[in-house]
Write a protein that binds this ligand. Structure first.
Ligand code: ADP
Length: 567
């Protein structure tokens, strides 16, 4: 008992630290994965912010350039100037002139020159019809990330660098004493360029037909009209795609449109709109559009594979440690069980041998002293001596068989036997025992002879072991039945008793060596737990089988033997 507690303790000592180690390692892996993911995300956010900034800046430059052209446009023949501009500049999709009170002058809403012009008028109809909507604020300006403030600074800086001196001031500086050709040049260039008009510039992002459109216009000071341009988005966007990294080793990048669909993507891995980006940044000049970065590996990427491999390794280690440890402990437990079984086997066998020996000696001494004169008594004593020496023989045979079977040295002497005869002879010799135990034997034999080729000793040993158990454990039933039936293929011998039977939990284990059912019945009877184990091994050695058939009342053991080669 103490030894099995020690084994459980050893197993717990193995299990608990191994599990703790496994849990610790998993947590470490998880935190490492989280760290890796967050640093990957931070780097990706930095990269997409830079890309989005560059695209924003490029669009801002395009807007500024278009506005500058609008401002410089001479008022005379404005319509034809705008038309020519539209024809020649791929970034210009449509142009318009709108006047307070008169509405749209160009293109003519009554007679649009093309389908494209008609579509343009339709697209911006709310704007051209409703004056208040001209002043509507740009959407989502406030929602943009703080990083895009950089954009405003960069734009301001560029405008500052582009600022040329006003013509009047240039003339003033020329009249000063400083002799230089530079102001002269400036004056000449400025004089040649069309003068920039004073007024207000505006841009509107416009969603129509599920698409983003950019409309810019100029409102000269003190004038009732505004004229402007619709940007050719495809021409603009296709020229912006160069801002996405040409070939990225680990990540994929995509430009997502206002509906979250992929407009363009670069990178080794093909991403779809359903993939979750590791970072996404919006742009000021392309409302609702985003630049997104995706992990180079599908679903989970590097982190997931590290986690998977790590978990597999940890799992393998834990299983290996637990399996190895369990195997060692199981072996230790078996050794301990075998050792204690052998000890009880030796003491049981010694005890079983001692009892008949004591009886034989006692009766032999009585007879030897010549004190018993009655012939009847002498006969009874002699019979007891014979009975006990038979029991001794059976016991010694069992022990011998056991050791031979254990070492694989049991040889079977096959000889032709008539089983009916063998049974009758054997049971005849057992009658006194059965009478002493008050057990009636019901022998049921087939009418025809039952020839078989088998080992006589082994067969007798099997039957005697079964009979021994019936006498030891089932005497209360007062009756046993031995039934033999023969078919062409096999012989079936059933020994049935009406004793207490065998608990179902033990019905297989009773054939294990040294196994005894742990109950009061077994405690009362001497035994070593070898009888059934030997009987089954012998039956199998003869090419047959020994089974236990559970009964409602009592037990039944069934011996099956093959008949081939019997004749
Ligand atoms: P042993 O009789 O020496 O204990 P066996 O291997 O012959 O060993 O039997 C194993 C156990 O099976 C016995 O200890 C007994 O508990 C149980 N057993 C065997 N035969 C019977 C039977 N006919 N009725 C009830 N229990 C039995």
């Amino acid at each position: 008992m103490r030894k099995s507690k020690l084994i459980i303790l050893a197993w717990l000592l193995l299990l608990v630290p191994t599990l703790l180690l496994g849990v610790g390692a998993l947590r470490l892996l998880q935190s490492e994965e989280a760290r890796l993911q967050s640093s990957q995300q931070a780097a990706a956010t930095d990269r997409v912010t830079a890309i989005a900034g560059n695209i924003d800046l490029a669009i801002a430059e395009v807007k500024d350039g278009l506005q500058a052209t609008l401002q410089q446009m001479p008022q005379q023949q404005l319509a034809s100037q705008l038309h020519r501009w539209k024809r020649e500049n791929p970034l210009v999709r449509n142009v318009f002139i709108w006047q307070q009170g008169r509405g749209l002058l160009l293109p003519d809403p009554e007679r649009p020159a093309s389908d494209e012009e008609a579509a343009f008028i339709r697209r911006f109809l709310p704007l051209f019809a409703d004056q208040s909507s001209w002043q509507a604020p740009e959407p989502d300006q406030q929602k943009l990330p703080a990083e895009n403030n950089v954009l405003a600074e960069r734009r301001e800086l560029r405008l500052l660098a582009q600022r040329a001196p006003a013509p009047a001031k240039v003339a003033e500086s020329y009249s000063s004493d400083i002799a230089s050709s530079a102001p002269m040049m400036a004056e000449t260039e400025i004089a040649e360029e069309p003068a920039q008009k004073q007024g207000e510039t505006h841009w509107r992002s416009w969603y129509a037909d599920d698409q983003l459109h950019l409309l810019g216009w100029f409102t000269p000071v003190n004038e009732q009209q505004r004229y402007g341009v619709e940007v050719e988005m495809m021409a603009l966007l296709s020229r912006l795609l160069g801002n996405l990294p040409a070939q990225s080793s680990s990540e994929s990048y995509a430009l997502l449109n206002g509906n979250g669909k992929i407009f363009h993507q670069v990178g080794k891995r093909e991403v779809s709109a359903n993939d979750r980006p590791i970072a996404a940044v919006s742009m000021q000049n392309l409302p609702h559009w985003q630049v997104a970065a995706y992990s180079g590996k599908a679903a989970g990427g590097t982190g997931a594979s590290i986690m998977l491999i790590g978990s597999l390794l940890i799992g393998t280690f834990i299983i290996a440690i637990l399996l190895g440890g369990s195997l060692l402990l199981w072996q230790a437990w078996r050794n301990q069980r075998d050792a204690s079984r052998k000890t009880s086997f030796v003491s049981n066998v010694s005890h079983e041998l001692k009892t008949p020996l004591t009886t034989i000696r006692m009766y032999a001494e009585l007879l030897g002293e010549g004190k018993i004169h009655e012939a009847e008594k002498q006969r009874r004593y002699l019979q007891t001596i014979i009975k006990e020496s038979q029991r001794l023989t059976r016991l010694v045979n069992n022990v011998l068989d056991f050791s031979r079977l254990e070492q694989g040295r049991r040889n079977y002497q096959q000889e032709p036997l008539e089983l009916k005869q063998l049974l009758q002879d054997l049971l005849e010799s057992q009658q006194p025992r059965l009478r002493d135990a008050d057990i009636r034997l019901d022998l049921q034999l087939p009418e025809t002879a039952c020839a078989v080729k088998s080992d006589r000793d082994a067969l007798e040993q099997i039957i005697l072991n079964l009979l021994d158990n019936a006498v030891k454990y089932a005497a209360v039933g007062e009756k046993i039945q031995l039934q033999l039936s023969c078919s062409d293929q096999q012989l079936t011998l059933r020994l049935r008793d009406w004793g207490p039977g065998i608990p179902s939990a033990h019905k297989q284990r009773i054939f294990d060596k040294f196994h005894r059912v742990d109950n009061s019945l077994t405690t009362r009877q001497q035994g070593s737990g070898l009888g059934l184990s030997i009987a089954r091994q012998l039956a199998q050695g003869l090419g047959g089988e020994l089974n236990y058939l559970p009964m409602q009342d009592g037990s039944c053991f069934e011996l099956l033997l093959p008949r081939e080669g019997a004749k």
